[in-house]
Write a protein that binds this ligand. Structure first.
Ligand code: C2E
Ligand code: CA
Ligand code: CA
Ligand code: CA
Length: 281
């Protein structure tokens, strides 16, 4: 009886109990957030080699009624595990395409591309292609300015399905970026067979890299840029935080730059001011 009692105590470990409760609460609150428009997009500028803004990445935030502004780290895993990532993804795409169509009417912003992160579960939905095309159509966004960011692990979940869907969306003008390149299996063999327009070097290689001295970090970045260019794709470096990193990447012919050095992710009004400031700089 004593042993059973111990087990019982172990089973009702209050900290585990609290964690389970918190998780259920988070899920319930996230369902409500989807209905109550608490999910917002922040925008981070991307600049070309001359430092002029050429695009943006949309990054999700949750304006939680009690806890304040939450980043994706607080809820993305839960959304993936519960499948709520699919309705979340629809909301993100609709908001991003609506924003693209608004920018399309402003002379200062009508050439900006907008990159949207796509999750595996969302992408591998059977009707993903039609969902996107419907959203583009309904919002009046220019499909040529919409870029979908896919990760290697997403592609590798189902390579054939990925290529089929990418081709169908490309036929409508939509473009693709390979996100977080260099962190996964990064096979050159399949990259060459996939219809990507650009490759984003993962920020781990840029941020912590000792790019100011000769060494392995420099070589990896150089190799990724060389490979990507040889496949006819553009290179985007993300996580660019210092002028030293920018200079190194410029010297190695990186095409597009994204990071705190140029802009933090911001709500749309602040982002539009950042665009103006970057144009004047
Ligand atoms: P990611 O796609 O690799 O996005 C880049 C992350 O790096 C963003 O974090 C951004 O705020 C951050 N970042 C940008 N520049 C710098 C820099 O110079 N230094 C540092 N330290 N960080 C920088 P965030 O917004 O917290 O997003 C984290 C991840 O959540 C994203 O990584 C992406 O995988 C996911 N995510 C964000 N928004 C969405 C979305 O709408 N849908 C989906 N499915 N995933 C999203
Ligand atoms: Ca991304
Ligand atoms: Ca990334
Ligand atoms: Ca990432």
């Amino acid at each position: 009886a004593k042993a059973a009692g111990r087990n019982a105590i172990h089973f009702f470990d209050p900290s585990i109990h609290a964690a389970i409760e918190a998780r259920f609460r988070l899920e319930a609150e996230f369902r409500a957030a989807l209905d109550n428009n608490e999910l917002v997009l922040f925008y981070q500028a991307q600049v070309n080699r001359r430092g002029e803004p050429c695009g943006a990445e949309a990054l999700i935030r949750w304006q939680h009624p009690a806890r304040g502004l939450l980043g994706p780290a607080a809820f993305i895993n839960m959304a993936e595990e519960t499948g709520l990532i699919a309705p979340m993804g629809d909301t993100v795409l609709r908001t991003a395409c609506h924003q693209l169509s608004l920018w399309g009417e402003q002379a200062e912003a009508d050439t900006l591309s907008l990159a949207v992160n796509i999750s595996a579960r969302q992408f591998h939905q059977p009707d993903f292609v039609n969902r996107i095309l419907t959203i583009v159509d309904e919002t009046g966004a220019n499909p040529r300015l919409l870029k979908l960011e896919l990760t290697e692990s997403l592609i590798l979940t189902d390579l054939d399905d990925s290529v089929t869907k990418m081709r169908a969306l490309r036929a409508a003008g939509i473009r693709f970026a390979m996100d977080d390149f260099g962190t996964g299996y990064s096979s050159l063999a399949y990259l060459s067979r996939l219809p990507f327009d650009e490759v984003k070097i993962d920020q781990a290689f840029i941020r912590q890299a000792q790019l100011d001295t000769e060494g392995a970090d420099r070589s990896i970045v150089e190799a990724i840029i060389g490979l990507t260019h040889s496949l006819g794709m553009r290179v985007v470096a993300e996580g660019v935080e210092t002028p030293v990193q920018r200079e190194f990447l410029l010297s190695r012919r990186c095409d597009v730059f994204q990071g705190y050095l140029f802009s933090h992710p911001e709500p749309v009004t602040a982002f539009e001011q950042t665009l103006e400031a970057l144009r004047k700089a």
